[in-house]
Design a protein around this ligand. Structure first.
Ligand code: GAF
Length: 380
């Protein structure tokens, strides 16, 4: 694989010699179930063919050296700067090392290469964490069966929460480590249980177009954390551990604060949409996903208020050009949208989205096709 070869080449260039192995992990799009992972909800992401690769060799002198094509590298002792704390992309790697704390760990050289778009809301950070976590797990003898991968994903999420300072919910790390080719991952965020749901758009003449709006998306900043706090506060006022326990929108009438009621309304209706999407896939009727994507976007835009002018432009233009449904994906406030299209309409939809962005003086969007690919793996 090209990205894995690039990581090995970067390793040889920067460190000399060969790595002990190269591991890679994918970016993701979430079909549906947005902003519900930290509410114990259900979500349905799929792993992308785009990956981040880590070429890794153990050291025994207490030093960590990190390099990445096109980005500034980092080098630090295990305790200096403080474990798990460094700047930029290296913080994700340092965080995983710190959180995993593999037995016998005494330093490592890591070279990174990636074709997951960065800052596009396609989980480049989770791909980085997952590739490094799987590498360390295999090199230091941690379990890598499904339960082991679930634990690695949880460690990556803690790294992101505690070391990087992004209060994310865990969906991205779970799909990066547990995704399967040709399957969407039904993830129960309350229990960690997963089901691999076959997704076959091609034989129905359909395609999932990803629109990277090129409007930067960041999770370390305030609004994502504020939404999470809103959802937790709504649960507290309703007297439940998480909003997953709320079955009907009517139960939300007990919330007197209109903002919290709308936030909670999104979570409760979104979980119901995930169930409907899973039913559509199980019935091999993926066209039924269209209206669910549209409803999810309206809910994220109006009730959860995490969309943006770029995302709304992309979604509206895609719908007007014949997409069966479209919505923003990921944390929002920029990043990417998806559009479910007839395969024959993909070019026209992409063109309409591009024209709409130009007319509004927005950045020129970029496109890729989402195909459900495999989760983290060793590539050499
Ligand atoms: C980001 C977060 F990292 C996820 O945990 C999830 O909350 C998502 O936004 C919204 O569904 O990708």
């Amino acid at each position: 694989m090209k990205v894995c070869a690039a990581a090995a080449a970067e390793f040889a260039r920067e460190f000399g010699g060969v790595p002990e192995g190269v591991w890679c992990a994918p970016g993701r799009v979430n079909l549906i179930g947005e902003h519900v992972d930290y509410a114990g909800g259900l979500c349905l992401p799929l792993a992308l063919p785009q990956v981040t690769a880590a070429a890794v060799r153990r050291r025994d002198d207490g030093t960590v050296r990190l390099v990445s094509e096109g980005f500034a590298g980092a080098s630090f002792g295990l305790l200096q700067p403080p474990k798990g704390r460094t700047g930029g992309w290296a913080a994700y790697v340092a965080g995983v090392i710190h959180t995993l704390d593999p037995p016998g760990f005494a330093g490592v050289d890591v070279a990174i290469a990636s074709d997951v778009p960065v800052g596009a809301g396609l989980s480049s950070s989770a791909a980085l964490e997952a590739a490094v976590a799987l590498a360390l797990a295999e090199l230091y003898g941690l379990p890598v069966d499904d339960a082991g991968r679930a634990a690695l994903a949880a460690a990556c999420t803690r790294a992101e929460n505690d070391c990087v300072g992004a209060p994310t919910g865990g969906m991205d790390q779970q799909i990066a480590l547990r995704g399967r080719a040709g399957r969407a991952l039904l993830l129960d965020c309350a229990t960690g249980a997963v089901e691999h749901i076959p997704i076959d758009l091609e034989s129905h003449g359909l395609a999932l177009l990803v629109v990277d709006t090129d409007a930067p998306h960041r999770l370390v900043d305030g609004p994502y954390g504020q939404r999470r706090r809103d959802v937790e506060e709504a649960a507290r006022r309703l007297g439940v551990t998480s909003l997953r326990e709320v079955d009907t929108v009517a139960a939300l009438d007990a919330l007197t604060d209109p903002v919290l009621r709308r936030r909670a309304g999104h979570v409760v209706t979104e979980i119901a949409r995930v169930r409907a999407a899973v039913a559509a896939l199980r019935d091999d009727a993926p066209d039924r996903l269209g209206p669910l994507l549209d409803a999810a976007h309206r809910s994220l835009r109006d009730d959860f208020e995490v969309s943006s002018v770029e995302l709304d432009s992309a979604v509206d233009a895609a719908r007007a050009a014949g997409a069966l449904g479209a919505r923003m994906v990921g944390g929002g406030f920029g990043g990417s949208a998806i559009a479910l299209c007839r395969a024959t309409d993909v070019a026209a939809v992409a063109e309409a989205v591009t024209v709409a962005a130009r007319e509004r003086d927005l950045p020129r969007p970029k496109f890729l096709r989402a195909v459900a690919a495999a989760g983290a793996r060793r590539c050499s």
